[in-house]
Design a protein around this ligand. Structure first.
Ligand code: GLY
Length: 258
C-alpha cells in the first residue's frame, strides 16, 4: 500500500555535538559519520517510493535534524507544534516554510503556549492519534491537539509516559494492526487490541522502526527486532543510526512522512 508520497528531512548540523542527550555515556556524535548515516537514511526512504525534501542544516539548533518534533502532518492538516525543550522551541518557526510547500495556510494549525507538544510524542494509527504526556508535551498541548484533530475529522487519546523521552521512543505502529512495543508500553491497556511484537530489553532502542509504504526501516544492529519484523511479513531495510542514538534520536525522529 502506498500511503506516503513525501518526506521532509533536515541535514544534521555541526552543532549536533551539543544536542540534548540522556545518554552522555554513549559519547558525542561523530559529525562526519552522522552525515553518512543521514545520506543512507535518505537513500532508504527513496527506495520506499517517496520524494524526499532535504532542508539545509541549521546551526542555531543542535537537534534540528529531528524534524519530527516541530511539526505533525496528517492527511487532513499540518500542525506546527510548540516543542517543550527550550533549546528546540525555535525549530517550529523554521519548519513552517517547508510545510507551506505542501499545505495551504488554512490547513496549517498551531499549538500555542502554554501548550507544548513534540511530534515524537504522537503516533498515528489510521485516523486516531495517540499522544504521550511527557516532559515535552503537556496537558494543554494535548487539549489543543485533540481539538484540532477533531475539527479535521480525526481523534486523539492520551498515553501517560513514565520513563522514556517520547511516546515513539518505545512504541511504533507498522500498519496492518501490527505494533512494536517495549518497556512501559508492553502492558498499556490501550495497546492490547493490536498485534503486539514485544521488543526485548537489550534491543529496546529498535522499537523505533518506521513503516514507509509496506517497507519497514529498522535500525542496523538489532537482529531480534529485524527478524521479528521480517516474520510479520514486511520487506525491511536497515540504516545505521548510531550517531543519532547518542542524542536519543531514532529513525522516526529524523523525518516527517506524509
Ligand atoms: N536530542 C533530541 C531531543 O532531546 O529532543
Amino acid at each position: 500500500m502506498k500511503k506516503f508520497n513525501n518526506v521532509i528531512v533536515r541535514r544534521p548540523c555541526k552543532a549536533m555535538v551539543e544536542g540534548i542527550t540522556s545518554n552522555p555515556e554513549l559519547g558525542k556524535p561523530d559529525y562526519e559519520l552522522a552525515l553518512k548515516e543521514h545520506d543512507d537514511y535518505i537513500e532508504a526512504l527513496k527506495q520506499c517510493g517517496v520524494e524526499v525534501t532535504v532542508l539545509e542544516a541549521d546551526e542555531r539548533y543542535p537537534d534540528s535534524c529531528f524534524v519530527e518534533d516541530p511539526a505533525l502532518i496528517t492527511k487532513n492538516c499540518a500542525i506546527i507544534t510548540n516543542p517543550g525543550a527550550e533549546s528546540r522551541n525555535g525549530e517550529k518557526d523554521e519548519i513552517i516554510g517547508a510545510v507551506k510547500k505542501f499545505f495551504k495556510d488554512e490547513d496549517i494549525e498551531y499549538i500555542k503556549s502554554p501548550g507544548t507538544l513534540e511530534g515524537g510524542d504522537v503516533m498515528m494509527v489510521g485516523d486516531h492519534f495517540y499522544v504521550g504526556r511527557s516532559a515535552r508535551t503537556n496537558e494543554e498541548g494535548i487539549r489543543q491537539l485533540t481539538e484540532i484533530l477533531e475539527r479535521h475529522g480525526m481523534t486523539c487519546s492520551e498515553v501517560k509516559l513514565e520513563k522514556v523521552l517520547h511516546l515513539k521512543t518505545g512504541v511504533n505502529y507498522l500498519e496492518n494492526n501490527n505494533m512494536l512495543v517495549s518497556g512501559e508500553f508492553i502492558t498499556k491497556p490501550e495497546f492490547q487490541k493490536y498485534n503486539l511484537t514485544v521488543i526485548p530489553e537489550e534491543e529496546a532502542y529498535a522499537a523505533n522502526c518506521i513503516w514507509v509504504n509496506d517497507t519497514v526501516i529498522v535500525p542496523e544492529g538489532y537482529p531480534a527486532v529485524l527478524k521479528a519484523v521480517q516474520d510479520l511479513g514486511y520487506k525491511t531495510l536497515t540504516v545505521d543510526t548510531s550517531e543519532f542514538r547518542k542524542l536519543d534520536g531514532g529513525l522516526s525522529c529524523l523525518s516527517l512522512r506524509f
